[in-house]
Structure formats: structure tokens, C-alpha cells
Write a protein that binds this ligand. Structure first.
Ligand code: ATP
Ligand code: MG
Length: 540
């Protein structure tokens, strides 16, 4: 019998996987090659000679109404995932023997997540509920939820997992650490001569072979399972400790989207270095744009047992969001706001539905202004994609704060900072040239973030037709950015001015990266249509 009939979660998982691959194709291949046409409510496209159509809305976010179809023997028939994968494989050059299995694994993972989630109890903490709501994951990745190995459901945020970290003891002379690591000592005591190091149990399984010798000869001690449970956040490998209110960012040697999630040794140091440097920058941003917050990463700890274990056991301490948000403010992951209603507090949904335009205006001001000012005024690239930004809401559901996190993706524009004294291997990966920095800012902020939240906000306030509302939201975003330019812009704001004049936006090419089996940092950008609309003068 058909598995779609046997498993109630198979159909939504198929829809999610098919949608993600088709969105990637439209954005990265079909669009740039001129193989996509809008015909009434449909987009029609040609993939490897086959005509495909799908009803789409949501502007560049490409939300689909109903399943895609392909033309076969003169009839439109539903297009399933294996058929789309086969067409994609036929049209793309070069071949990739892993690709189909990765896409399939992503679909199976969503089905497993849905099944486990149906039995699980969401966290009472509203911020954590939003962290754990990204069931379908990145909407423009060909295999957003593919996970390698077994046992991952026990650690998955989407299934509301909780688990106790294991505790290692690191012989004192082998401790590698910088900055403020006090939060790590709260995870349990180590015997005299050792320092406690919390570890992700999944990572310890993955490192079992490398850990055997140091555990046998006493360089490391296995102190067993720690005393209390932590909660995984949306990135999977960063967890929240309700006991201390802090987050721990572990290494996890598992590919999640494009990267094996390992804290490189220079990133461990880099996080502490950036925390020192960004303090004064965020202070100035918060004075200019009240409601701007960030999550410092004041320290890391690991074991100096060679690069593999130094990186594999490295844990970064990150401030938790409740400690930085004002009283009465509830942080919510932007990714949950983009994905829909799951994990979003009722008051926020109600406000977004009742006043989509005013809600959106406040949203754009809170989120976009500090990101733009960080880049133009301070030479700092914030990777403000929907998984790296929390938006703080007041009791009435209005956006009042924006909390930026994840220093791994935060970069300093080359030439704008004095990095004297920072070792070259740490300073190099901390810097981006200005053009690359702007692409990153524009992709994360506009394409990955604002376009997705706007498409969802327009959907929920759909009196006059969703895309009518969406056009008003982009017009408002445009007015906000013009206001930013008028009130705050500094000399190098030229790329923003070009964008407001209609230049295409850069979108990261995730299908291209996976197809080429390349590193995430090698990802190229493809141009996507500018959603801001023409300027007043050009409209006439
Ligand atoms: N729309 C999205 N854009 C970017 N990432 C997304 C999106 N939706 C889900 N994600 C997930 O969020 C994570 C983003 O990765 P990122 O590199 O920012 O996190 P990280 O550095 O591992 O951890 P942290 O954010 O806690 O520092 C990945 O797991 C990715 O799958
Ligand atoms: Mg992140």
C-alpha cells in the first residue's frame, strides 16, 4: 500500500521537501536562466524539458498553494519528490551521487519529527517554544532537515527533546580556555586537579574513538551524566540551561544544512575577541536605536588534546536572552515568525493579524536599523538571518526589541578595525571585505529574514488578498529604509541607495553549494528581484 496512506506524516513531509527543492530551483536555476513565467495564479517553469506549474504567492518568499504539477501526455499531473529530483539531476551539470539520498533523508526527517512532535509537550517558556518550532526548516535549502547518523531525535529541538549534558573532567594542565567561563562551573564539580567541562552526549558518541586514550590515561575523566537537563535551541547544537539562564554552544560533528557544526579553534578565540570589541558598538547602537540587544559570548573552554578534540569538545558560553530583554518583553525567534503561527505567542499573532502594517513598520525599524548601522557606521557584519535574531514583544504583541546572536557569522569589515595584536589565524576569519560583507548583510536581512516574515504577516492579514497586503508591507519597508538613509546614513551607504533604486538582491545559493558538495563559505549568490518597488519618481 502507498506509504502516503499508511503514515499520516508522510504527506506533509513530502510537501515540505518538494516545496523546498522547488523553491531552490526557481530561485537559483530557473529564475536566472529565464525558464520561469508567471501565468495567472501559476508560475510555470521548464526543468530538463518538462513543463512544471505551481500556484505561488508571497513574492520572493515563494509560498505555494497546492502541489506542483507537471505536464504529461497533455495532462497536468501531480509532481512527486522523486520525479522532481530526477529532473533536477538531469538538468544540472556534473552529477552528484549523494544528492537524491540527502533530499530523501530530509523528507524522512520531517516525517519523524512530526510523529515525535505529536506526542511531545512543548516547553512552557515561550521563547523556547519559538526555538523549537522550525519543523520544515530553511525554506530555500534542498535538504534542510537531513541529519546523519542515528539517535538524533533524542536531541532534536523540534521534538521538544531535553537532555542532561555529560560532564568531563579535564586535567588542569590541559585546560584550554579564555574569557569568563564561570557559567560552565555550574554544571558540576570535578575532583581536585581537574576542571569540569560539560559535553553534548551525541558529540561524545561521535568522538568515542578519539576519546578512548585520554579517558584511559586520565587526561580526561568521564564524570557521568550531569545533574540537570538543558533544552536544545533551533540550531540543534546550542542549548539553553534554565538553571543558569545561559546558553552553551557545543560542537557537533553533524552536517546541518551546509556545515558540519564544529567550533573551529580560531572561532572559539574569535567569539571572545568579538565579545570584547562589540560591547561598545552595541552600546552605541542601543543609544541610537532603543531596543537593540545582543547575546555576548564571553568565554569558551575545551581540552588541549590536539586540534580534533580541542575543536570537538570546545564549548562557547553565551548569555541567554531573558537576561538582556527588558521587563515584560518576550523574546521570540524570528524563524518562528517567518514559519507561521507555531511557537508564536497568541498576543503576537493577534497583533500581527489586527494591524499588519503598523506591526511590520515597528518590526522593520527594530530589526533593520541596527543591522544597517552596524554595517555602515561601525563596519560590523551581523548575520541577521531568521535563526540568529530574536524579536522582543511587549504584552500587546508589538515588536519592541531585537536581539542579535551568533558571533560565528559576525564579521568585521576589513580596513575598518585595528586588529593589531590579534593572532593572524584568528583575525583572518573575523574579517570580510566590504562587498562580501554587504552581500551577507543584504541576503540575511532582506532575503532570508524580512521577505519571509513579510510573506507570513501578509498571509495572516489577508483581507484584500495576501499579495495586496504584501505590496503595502514592502512599500512601508521602503519608507522605513528611506527614513534610515535620511536620518542616519553615513558616507558608505551607497549599496543601500542602489538597493532602493531597484538593484537586485543577493540570495545565497544553497542548492548550488549542496550540488557542488562545496563548503558553505564557498557559496555563491544569485540575484533575486528587488521587492521594494520603484521609487516615487520612477513610478510615474
Ligand atoms: N531560514 C533559515 N535561515 C538560516 N538558517 C535556518 C533557517 N531555518 C532554519 N535554519 C537553521 O538554523 C541554523 C543556522 O545556522 P547557524 O550557522 O546560524 O547556527 P549555529 O551557528 O550552528 O548556532 P547558533 O545560531 O546557536 O550560534 C541551521 O541549523 C539551519 O538549519
Ligand atoms: Mg545561528
Amino acid at each position: 500500500m502507498d506509504r502516503l496512506l499508511l503514515d499520516p506524516h508522510a504527506a506533509p513531509a513530502e510537501e515540505a521537501a518538494l516545496g523546498a527543492l522547488l523553491r531552490c530551483w526557481l530561485r537559483e536555476v530557473g529564475g536566472p536562466r529565464g525558464h520561469v513565467r508567471a501565468a495567472g495564479p501559476h508560475l510555470t517553469l521548464r526543468v530538463a524539458g518538462t513543463l512544471v506549474r505551481v500556484r505561488a504567492r508571497g513574492g520572493i518568499a515563494l509560498r505555494f498553494d497546492g502541489p506542483p504539477e507537471h505536464l504529461a501526455e497533455g495532462h497536468w499531473r501531480p509532481l512527486d519528490l522523486p520525479s522532481l529530483v530526477a529532473l533536477v539531476e538531469r538538468e544540472l551539470d556534473g552529477g552528484n551521487a549523494e544528492f537524491a539520498a540527502q533530499v530523501r533523508a530530509g523528507r524522512e526527517a520531517v516525517a519523524a519529527i512530526l510523529a515525535a512532535r505529536a506526542r511531545a509537550v512543548p516547553p512552557a517558556d515561550p521563547w523556547l517554544a519559538s526555538e523549537q518550532a522550525l519543523v520544515a526548516g530553511h525554506p530555500f535549502h534542498p535538504a534542510p532537515k537531513a541529519r546523519s547518523g542515528d539517535g538524533w531525535l533524542d536531541y532534536a529541538p523540534e521534538t521538544h527533546a531535553r537532555f542532561a549534558p555529560r560532564l568531563l573532567g579535564v586535567r588542569a594542565d590541559l585546560v584550554a580556555q579564555e574569557g569568563d567561563t564561570a557559567a560552565l562551573d555550574a554544571f558540576g564539580d570535578a575532583p581536585a586537579g581537574y576542571v569540569p567541562l560539560p559535553a553534548h552526549p551525541w558529540q561524545l558518541d561521535l568522538l568515542a574513538a578519539e576519546l578512548r586514550e585520554p579517558l584511559a590515561d586520565g587526561r580526561l575523566l568521564d564524570l557521568g551524566t550531569g545533574p540537570r537537563a538543558v533544552v536544545p535551541t533551533s540550531s540543534v547544537r546550542t542549548v539553553y540551561d534554565p538553571g543558569t539562564g545561559m546558553c552553551l554552544k557545543f560542537s557537533l560533528d553533524v552536517r546541518i544544512t551546509n556545515c558540519v557544526r564544529k567550533n573551529a579553534w580560531y572561532e572559539l578565540s574569535g567569539a571572545v575577541e568579538l565579545t570584547r570589541r562589540l560591547g561598545p558598538v552595541f552600546e552605541r547602537l542601543a543609544r541610537r536605536f532603543p531596543g537593540t540587544r545582543w547575546l555576548p559570548e564571553p568565554g569558551y573552554r575545551s581540552a588541549a588534546l590536539g586540534t580534533r578534540l580541542l575543536e570537538g569538545l570546545g564549548v562557547i558560553v553565551r548569555t541567554g536572552p531573558w537576561a538582556v530583554c527588558g521587563p515584560g518583553t518576550t523574546p521570540v525567534l524570528a524563524g518562528a515568525l517567518a514559519a507561521g503561527a507555531d511557537g508564536v505567542p497568541e498576543a503576537v499573532l493577534a497583533r500581527r493579524t489586527a494591524d499588519p502594517v503598523a506591526w511590520w513598520e515597528a518590526y522593520v525599524e527594530r530589526v533593520a536599523f541596527p543591522v544597517l548601522d552596524a554595517f555602515f557606521r561601525h563596519g560590523v557584519v551581523l548575520e541577521a538571518h531568521v535563526q540568529n535574531v530574536l524579536v522582543g514583544f511587549d504584552a500587546a504583541g508589538w515588536p519592541v526589541e531585537a536581539v542579535f546572536r551568533d558571533l560565528e557569522g559576525t564579521k568585521l569589515v576589513a580596513g575598518r578595525h585595528d586588529l593589531t595584536g590579534v593572532p593572524g589565524e584568528v583575525a583572518g576569519p573575523l574579517s570580510y571585505d566590504a562587498a562580501r560583507g554587504w552581500d551577507r548583510v543584504a541576503y540575511c536581512l532582506f532575503v532570508n529574514h524580512l521577505a519571509e516574515v513579510a510573506a507570513t504577516a501578509a498571509d495572516t492579514g489577508a483581507d484584500t488578498g495576501a499579495d495586496g497586503v504584501l505590496r503595502s508591507l514592502w512599500a512601508v519597508a521602503r519608507e522605513c529604509l528611506e527614513r534610515y538613509v535620511a536620518d542616519h546614513a553615513t558616507d558608505p551607504a551607497a549599496p543601500l541607495t542602489r538597493l532602493l533604486a531597484g538593484a537586485p538582491l543577493p540570495a545565497k545559493a544553497n542548492l548550488g553549494v549542496r550540488w557542488a558538495r562545496a563548503a558553505d563559505r564557498a557559496a555563491g549568490y544569485v540575484p533575486v528581484p528587488n521587492p521594494f518597488g520603484a521609487a516615487e519618481g520612477e513610478r510615474r
